[in-house]
Design a protein around this ligand. Structure first.
Ligand code: TNX
Length: 548
């Protein structure tokens, strides 16, 4: 990518004349204001597309724009890119496939001006990403679900953009196990992460406090295991129909769902549902606290039949429901699993995962094993090597565990790549340092890794995250922004912790390393805040940003 785009200069939007900066987050690879004149979306505007792929890519944006404007905004199919452009009028938005646009499937080129908007890309995914840039360039009223007319009209500044992601995996992790999230709220979240060009929804579906996905062959996983959550205030789970709806809604926005079944620790909900998964054959009590590291699947031979059948059935059903290429099998904090048992279970778990045909993702602890299926992806969640923020109840900064870097390296040695999710800069359940009350007046979050400002969420470099490992971009599959939900029970609380810090991680994951510019980011984010307002997001208006 760096080579393909070498001729383009990365730059941050800025205006010398004091006009507001367009709120494009993450920053595009290249962005040039032009003198092509403003584009205006009008009641005559059509989406002129060159085929089914472009029609599919524009659908979510078109539906939103119809609701916000009250206009018909039809999709018109014409043959081929050239005719798409030649049949378009100045009001039109053209989307066309074009193999010559560089940057991979998600790359796109964008031109706006008085003659129309033109988005070209080699694949539908890139066209969709381009529509999200258009969404950010339009007045924030574009987010409304009832028709209105913005004061200055539906205008878009004249710009020329070439864009493509730095990393191919850009995830938002939502922990629906500690506290459940209703399907409709997850759909809203998918739409918002798509606005930030994230492309993976990682669902942490199981943990000690709850099992959140229907599994037909082991019905008590939800029958018993879904009835609890942190604090004991009810539970919840996704039926297979709910899950398919989430997957489909995400796919329409070119977001891939990565399901996580956390194994062999973090399994109290399963151990409470099925006695035969426990070494002593006694079902565990449901758990509603927030400790970690006390539960484990059983490695003993007398439980091997039940445990292996559980692994094959559960991972098989999850994979069958999941169109994306990945399945996440957890592996974190195996503190209740003796080391040899852990190595044995990692082999069996990752083999069962790979038997589904998916690429397995596992937390870095599983790198203790050198018998994972080749190409297994490691998900590193320990601290950044340069971590210097004091954590909870300590005067001294905590440090990454000494073994974490080697465990991460082990995935590379076994033919895999890494996902980076360092807790001290990407864990959005970490408090803001000034510990503000949340929207509902309660204190939110924890501080075991750090407290995290917006600037700290922005100022880290994926390639130097892991001590002693200088990673090449090719070794990094991507980056994850995580919201663990032990202290987060409501949607406003979720939004307050996630936004705006997730936007910083989105830019780390998408924008070229040399385009990183904190001042530019804060300025663009301020403009984008108007979109957050229209979306009704209860985001934290952190200091240091000139919120629109
Ligand atoms: C660590 S990081 C966990 C989670 C907790 C989180 C709280 C990881 C893979 N495990 O079980 O929810 O910290 O910040």
């Amino acid at each position: 990518l760096a080579v393909a785009l070498g001729a383009l200069t990365a730059c941050t939007p800025s205006r010398e004349n004091g006009d507001p900066v367009p709120g494009i987050v993450p920053a595009p690879v290249s962005f040039e204001p032009t003198d092509a004149g403003e584009f205006a979306l009008t009641e005559r505007t059509r989406f002129v597309v060159d085929g089914d792929e472009a029609a599919r890519a524009v659908r979510p944006f078109a539906e939103g724009a119809r609701a916000a404007t009250g206009w018909e905004l039809p999709v018109e199919r014409v043959g081929g890119e050239a005719s798409a452009s030649s049949e378009a009028d100045g009001d039109d938005i053209v989307l066309a496939l074009d193999e010559s646009v560089t940057g991979g499937e998600e790359g796109y080129a964008f031109e706006s001006g008085r003659d129309g908007v033109r988005i070209t890309a080699p694949a539908a995914a890139g066209l969709f990403r381009g529509t999200q840039t258009l969404r950010q360039l339009l007045p924030p009223e574009i987010e409304r679900t009832a028709a209105s007319t913005p004061a200055g009209g539906w205008t878009v500044p004249a710009v020329s953009i070439a864009d493509a992601p730095r990393f191919e995996y850009r995830a938002s992790l939502v922990d629906v196990a500690r506290n459940f999230m209703q399907p409709g709220d997850l759909l809203d979240h998918i739409d918002r992460i798509a606005l930030l060009k994230l492309n993976v929804l990682h669902l942490h579906l199981t943990d000690d406090q709850g099992w959140r996905l229907q599994i037909d062959s082991w019905p008590e996983l939800t029958g018993i295991g879904a009835s609890t959550s942190v604090g004991g205030d009810g539970g919840g789970f996704y039926t297979k129909a709910d899950y398919r709806r989430i997957v489909d809604y995400a796919a329409e926005r070119f977001v891939t769902v990565v399901p996580e079944i956390d194994l062999p620790g973090h399994t109290n909900a399963a151990l409470s549902a099925y006695a035969e998964l426990n070494c002593d054959g006694v079902a565990r009590e449901p758990y509603t606290g927030i400790e970690v590291g006390f539960s484990s699947l059983c490695a003993a031979p007398e439980r091997a039949e039940a445990t292996d059948r559980f692994l094959a059935d559960v991972l098989g059903e999850v994979a069958e429901l999941t169109p994306g290429p990945w399945i996440h099998v957890g592996g974190d904090e195996p503190l209740a699993t003796p080391h040899d048992d852990f190595l044995d279970l990692v082999g069996r778990i990752t083999k069962a995962g790979a038997a589904t045909g998916k690429t397995v993702i596992a937390y870095h602890e599983m790198g203790a094993s050198n018998e994972m299926p080749p190409g297994t992806i490691g998900h590193y969640w320990d601290l950044t090597a340069s971590h210097e923020m004091p954590a909870n109840r300590r005067d001294e900064p905590v440090r990454p565990y000494p073994e974490s870097a080697g465990q991460a390296r082990s995935f590379l040695e076994q033919g895999g790549r890494l996902i980076l999710a360092p807790a001290d800069v990407t864990y959005l359940d970490m408090m803001y340092p000034d510990r503000p009350a949340g929207p509902l007046g309660t204190e939110l979050g924890t501080r075991w890794a750090a407290t995290i400002t917006l600037e700290q969420a922005y100022a880290w470099t994926p390639e130097t995250t892991i001590g002693g490992l200088e990673l090449a971009d090719e070794q990094i599959l991507g980056v994850t922004s995580s919201l663990w939900s032990e202290t987060i029970e409501t949607v406003p609380d979720f939004e307050f912790m996630v936004f705006p810090r997730i936007a910083a991680t989105a830019e780390v994951a998408w924008s070229p390393a040399d385009a990183r510019d904190e001042a530019g980011f804060l300025a663009r984010l301020g403009a984008l805040g108007a979109h957050f307002d229209e979306l009704g997001i209860a985001y934290r208006k952190v200091g240091g940003v000139d919120w629109a």
